[in-house]
Design a protein around this ligand. Structure first.
Ligand code: PA5
Length: 459
């Protein structure tokens, strides 16, 4: 069970800063338009993420490969970045014990970055013989993942000779790209990412499913949860569709100047899900150009925070700072493990009241109190309460946020599925690293990086 409570954004609770039913009804024409675009693009097969829970062939391929690899490796190293890593990492953090890597195998490592210290240290601490490297890149050409792959490929060939390919899996485009070509040329095992599914919407493709299955996570449960949510969030009626409601609330808030969307789970296990959402919301909605080719420079900045930890870091700002945030609190009704606080120090007032309480009671009391205080301070606040963290609720949350994001994109009249803004940075990197065909960018780079003013700090 998941409960989306948006009382804390209504005029009833936060007065003039709130949203009324009339505000939502006034959006009817653009809600219909956004729904029609999503539905028709889906019908034309251009948007596939809703239907991934039913991709039986691919799901079976994932299960077969995970079965073949089972028990063979002490470590799995996931090579990938952005949408090719955040989803699987969110699943792993949510559904495996937080100390899994210390006590169990296969241990799972996500490289994500090209920080040489981090990668060198990891490679110093694992043995190639005991490790599977899962290389995930839809395009195959992302320089971060490509460089990681090249390091690993060379290492495997040096250490393992002709057995190198037993330690590699590729997850990539079904037909195109360099990884697909290498998979065919070297006979490396591979799984497809459907063309119609963009990176940040790919968590329920083999991108998220294979790492999960290799760690003995029941992927059917994830997919069941996502399918159940998909049934609900296809309704055209915003009052019956929680994902559309989430988007509409954010849209109305944004129009009123609320530029920041905070996602704040009261659960360490959900912190990487917040990170996944941060990418989804930012990369999908931050756009210069509208669907009708006008400059709009739109988007709402997602921020992740962790309850209760960030109550001692961020909450002062959220309570009293500018009225530029909507805060989305995620709470967990039943934690999978609990701890009783012992009834000791009964004669010390500052401690005695905690005795005999469950830690879950304390964290939920803190979430309720912060929510109430935010509302009291007229800060728009929603609550997503999940019964418990399991495959079904996590799968459902993925679908909920994906549909919310796509719908918000069409309310903003932009394309939520492209990311033209990341191109220039990539091209300048190519020019700096000497990739043929990008020489003309060198001048642009030098002009932008001219040293005009600086301070030298002697330490
Ligand atoms: O959402 C996206 O499309 C991006 O974040 C990509 O996932 C990211 O850039 C990695 O791309 P690729 O999978 O092609 O290596």
């Amino acid at each position: 069970m998941i409960r989306f409570d948006f009382s804390g954004v209504t005029k009833e609770l936060i007065n003039e800063r709130g949203i009324s039913k009339e505000d939502i009804n006034a959006l009817s024409p653009i809600i219909k338009e956004a729904h029609d675009i999503l539905s028709s693009r889906r019908e034309r097969g251009e948007i596939l993420f809703y239907d991934l829970p039913y991709a039986k062939d691919t799901i079976n391929q994932v299960k077969d490969l995970a079965g073949d690899l089972s028990g063979k490796f002490k470590n799995i190293v996931h090579l990938g970045i952005g949408g090719s890593s955040l989803g699987p990492k969110a699943i792993f953090s949510a559904l495996k014990d937080p100390f899994h890597n210390y006590v169990s195998s296969p241990r799972m490592f996500f490289l994500e970055n090209i920080d040489p210290e981090y990668i060198a240290s990891l490679l110093d601490n694992i043995s190639a013989e005991e490790t599977l490297f899962n290389v995930v890149s839809k395009s195959g050409a992302t320089p971060e993942t490509a460089s990681q792959f090249m390091v690993v490929f060379d290492l495997l060939k040096t250490r393992l000779g002709k057995n190198y390919k037993d330690h590699l899996v590729f997850i990539t485009d079904p037909k195109d790209g360099v990884l697909r070509r290498l998979a065919s040329a070297h006979g490396i095992r591979s799984l497809p990412i459907p063309k119609e599914v963009g990176g940040r919407f790919s968590v329920l493709t083999p991108v998220g499913l294979l790492p999960a299955a290799m760690c003995s996570i029941d992927i059917d449960k994830l997919l069941d949860g996502a399918a159940k949510m998909a049934d609900i969030v296809t309704s055209p009626d915003v009052f019956k569709n929680p994902a559309y409601m989430y988007a509409c609330i954010h849209f109305i808030a944004f129009v009123k100047g609320i530029n920041i969307s905070v996602i704040m789970p009261y659960s360490n296990a959900l912190y990487d899900l917040a990170d996944w959402y941060r990418q989804l919301w930012a990369e999908s909605l931050g756009k210069k150009t509208s669907l009708d080719n006008k400059d709009v420079f739109t988007g709402q900045t997602p921020v992740k925070a962790l309850g209760a930890t960030d109550q001692h870091s961020q909450i002062q700002l959220y309570m009293e700072g500018p009225f530029d945030k909507i805060i989305n609190i995620i709470t967990v009704k039943h934690y999978r493990k609990d701890i009783k606080i012992p009834a000791i120090f009964n004669d010390i007032n500052e401690l005695a009241y905690l005795g005999s309480k469950d830690m879950s009671e304390l964290i939920n009391a803190e979430a309720s109190s912060i929510r109430a205080a935010l509302i009291k301070n007229e800060r728009p606040t929603t609550q997503i309460e999940i019964d418990t963290i399991n495959g079904e609720t996590i799968g459902a949350l993925f679908m909920f946020f994906e549909v919310s994001t796509a719908f918000m994109g069409y309310l903003l009249k932009i394309d939520p599925f492209n990311q033209p803004g990341v191109e220039l940075g990539k091209q300048l990197t190519f020019s700096l690293m000497g990739r043929p065909g990008f020489e003309d960018k060198v001048k642009m780079l030098k002009d932008s990086l001219k040293t005009v003013e600086y301070m030298h700090i002697e330490i």
